[in-house]
Design a protein around this ligand. Sequence first.
Ligand code: FES
Length: 341
Amino acid sequence: MSVRRLAEDQVQPEGFAFNAENQKWAEQTIAKYPEGRQQSAVIPLLMRAQDQDGWVTKRCIEHVADMLEMPYIRVLEVATFYTQFQLKPVGTKAHIQVCGTTPCMLRGSEELIKVCKSKINEKPFETNKDGTLSWEEVECLGACVNAPMVMVFKDTYEDLTPERFEEMIDEFEAGKDVKTGPQIDRQFSAPEGGMITLTEVPDRKATIVAKAPAKKAATKTKAAAKPKATKQAKAEAPKVPVKKPAAKSDDKAPLFEAPAGEKDDLKLISGVGPVLERKLNELGITKFEQVAKFTKKQIAEVDDRLSFKGRIERDDWKAQAKALAKGGAEEYRKVFGKDPR
Ligand code: FES
């Protein structure tokens, strides 16, 4: 954990003011708190100031203290305690906070820090020569399940390897949108490679049969309490059309006729783990070529069966499969500049 002090006087600006939009927002935010509790707005106001100027200056701390009628020292305590507040100018494109707490350390955060030192600056809080990137080590950021991880402004990047982290830094520098969250085949904090438990579809018929006697008894009691409709009343009652339930597709039936020949290793497609590969095979998908030729309709159907909406397009399975079908790993490297998987 680094010592957190205000930046030297030479870099501190003369004054601070919220712009018109932020001033209005700040006043509305303060007004949300009950009379006498306005000081509770201190963190939102400091965050807004940081979003506006990129860091929290001494004048900003004093300005927020005046707005909330707080002693300067109280606001200074808040700003210097939380690592979310930057107390000196940081990289304009990315300030990388590397979690160095035990779970992340055991999973390789020290290697990530080495990457920061070699690609950004030997020292934390110092920017690279263009002023676009900077880094620091922080304590647990609450995503230990996907350690090691880093945070850049308000986003987290998890399950990192030094190689992927190096690529990410290049992407930040190039101003690209970097994929947030886990950087491997994992959805949020679900198991890597897809679900490994609770994968069976429950047998609904068996559940209904098991519940039937209880339901019958309940129906009988209800029937006893209900007066019987006379024949005449029944004849006069308007006929309500009975809605038949829509025919349900067999969610276990294959969608494709599996092509003859040896299966391709679909796990080479980034985003496909062993579980997804098995499910794809069950749907009759065993070749890269099939994936490369997916139509929009087929993508929707496969998505539906895999219960991972949007995954095929998000990870661009089609482009990956096209390269793999054309020239295997070599073609993949040529197109994507990295090894498959
Ligand atoms: S230890 Fe790194 S996120 Fe918790």
